[in-house]
Design a protein. Structure first.
Length: 117
C-alpha cells in the first residue's frame, strides 16, 4: 500500500501516537497503517484508503488482525484466554503464578478515545 507522508502523519495523530487497538505508544517510523474495513471489501482502492478507514497500528496488532473485520479481530482476542491458558504451558504458568489473567472488556483503544482528524 502506498500512502503519502501527509496521510501517514494524519493517521498517526488520530490517537496521539498510540496503536488504535491495544493503545501502546508507537513511533511514527514503527507505525503500520491498518484498514479498519479490509481492503478486499472495496473494489475501489480510493474508497479503501480514505482517512476514515485508516487506523494507526503497532506491528503485533496489525499482524494479528490481518485482513479481518473488527468484529472477527475482537472475537480472536476475546478467545485468547482459552487459547493461551488452555495449553499445557499456559496451565503451568498459571499454577506457578507466572500469569495473572485480568480479562479484557472487548473495547479497543480507539473505541475508548476520541479520534482527532
Amino acid at each position: 500500500m502506498s500512502i503519502s507522508k501527509a496521510i501517514r502523519e494524519q493517521v498517526y495523530n488520530k490517537y496521539n501516537g498510540h496503536c488504535a487497538y491495544c493503545g501502546q505508544a508507537i513511533a511514527i517510523k514503527d507505525m503500520q497503517v491498518d484498514h479498519i474495513d479490509p481492503q478486499r471489501r472495496y473494489g475501489d482502492k480510493n474508497v479503501a484508503d480514505r482517512t476514515e478507514n485508516l487506523n494507526p497500528s503497532c506491528r503485533r496488532c496489525n499482524h494479528y488482525k490481518r485482513a479481518n473485520s473488527l468484529e472477527t479481530f475482537r472475537r480472536y482476542l476475546l478467545d485468547m484466554e482459552k487459547k493461551v491458558l488452555g495449553t499445557y504451558l499456559g496451565k503451568i504458568a498459571r499454577d506457578y503464578g507466572m500469569v495473572n489473567w485480568t480479562g479484557w472488556d472487548g473495547k479497543f483503544y480507539f473505541e475508548k478515545n476520541e479520534v482527532k482528524l
